[in-house]
Ligand binder design. Structure first.
Ligand SMILES: [Zn+2]
Ligand SMILES: [Zn+2]
Ligand SMILES: [Zn+2]
Length: 285
């Protein structure tokens, strides 16, 4: 499987919209790998993962053709991952699609279905997916796992316990295990450290590629919902301890906020056992 990282920043991009912090000023001058657009990836040139507000730029910059994409895996509905207004441009007159072609199917949680209900047409379809229930997507076995994301300490819909704390979920955010031809890829954005149920599910399933949320970069923060370098290292060790990874597993840190971001080389020094994602990077396993 070939995973192409199209956008590798968190919601505000890096440099961030409107930001004048030291990192963002440096990134604007440095260009190249220091410029990161909003999150999204492409698997084997055919399965799109998330569709944020920079997806159109990703299509142009990488010579992609979204008109041929049949499957879109959505992790959650935060705007940097799910631009419903751009997705809705697949409807007639905005897009001309030959008669008889199948619709593009969005796989996602209940909230994705609700948002799509208002624009659903013959050209867009929805399939609700749930944690730990594997679905076939164009010959790939895709299993959603439960992300620790879209959570807060008060309010929200579902109480969940995470590391001894009660939190409330506003939606069932997911991340994806994708398997094909004996290879396994884990795309874990956005999420905090994995739940015990996720770890139990992954135990003994050796992963070839693990892509971890590194929003906080060098920072150690107390809020729940994303990871940084410290948590990434810990998740790697736990996966290895549970037989879900070994020294051949490729680990990638991805989805960076400007707040915890260091120049590319310094970030690589901070996470020597990881590849540091950059816009356009391709990893094949
Ligand atoms: Zn995000
Ligand atoms: Zn900044
Ligand atoms: Zn998010």
């Amino acid at each position: 499987m070939k995973l192409q990282y199209l956008g590798t920043a968190a919601a505000e991009g890096a440099p961030a919209l409107f930001c004048r912090c030291a990192f963002c000023q440096y990134a604007r001058r440095a260009g190249s790998r220091e410029i990161r657009t909003r999150s999204g990836a492409m698997l084997d040139g055919r399965i799109k993962i998330d569709f944020g507000p920079d997806s159109y730029k990703h299509e142009l910059d990488n010579g992609l053709d979204y008109s041929a994409v049949r499957s879109l895996l959505i992790t959650h509905t935060h705007e940097d991952h799910f631009d419903i207004e751009d997705i809705a441009l697949r409807r007639p007159t905005f897009a001309h699609i030959p008669e008889g072609e199948p619709p593009m199917t969005l796989y996602g949680n209940e909230r994705v279905g609700e948002r799509l209900a208002g624009v659903k047409s013959d050209w867009l379809a929805f399939r609700r997916v749930k944690p730990f229930e594997t679905v076939d997507v164009e010959g790939y076995a895709v299993t959603p796992l439960e992300a620790v994301h879209c959570v807060s300490r008060d309010g929200g819909l579902w109480p969940v316990t995470f590391e001894g704390r009660t939190l409330y979920r506003s939606e069932e955010a997911l991340f994806y295990l994708i398997e094909k031809d004996g290879k396994r890829l884990l795309y874990a954005h956005d999420t905090d450290e994995f739940t015990p149920t996720d770890m139990e599910f992954l135990a003994g399933r050796r992963l070839d590629l693990v892509s971890l949320d590194c929003t906080n970069g060098r920072l150690d923060v107390s809020y729940v919902g994303h990871m940084g370098a410290t948590e990434n290292r810990r998740v790697r060790e736990r996966l290895i301890a549970r037989g879900a990874a070994d020294e051949r597993t490729v680990f990638v840190a991805n989805h960076f906020s400007h707040n915890g971001l260091l120049p590319y080389g310094e970030l690589q020094a901070l996470l020597p056992d990881f590849l540091i994602a950059y816009d356009g990077m391709t990893v094949e396993v």
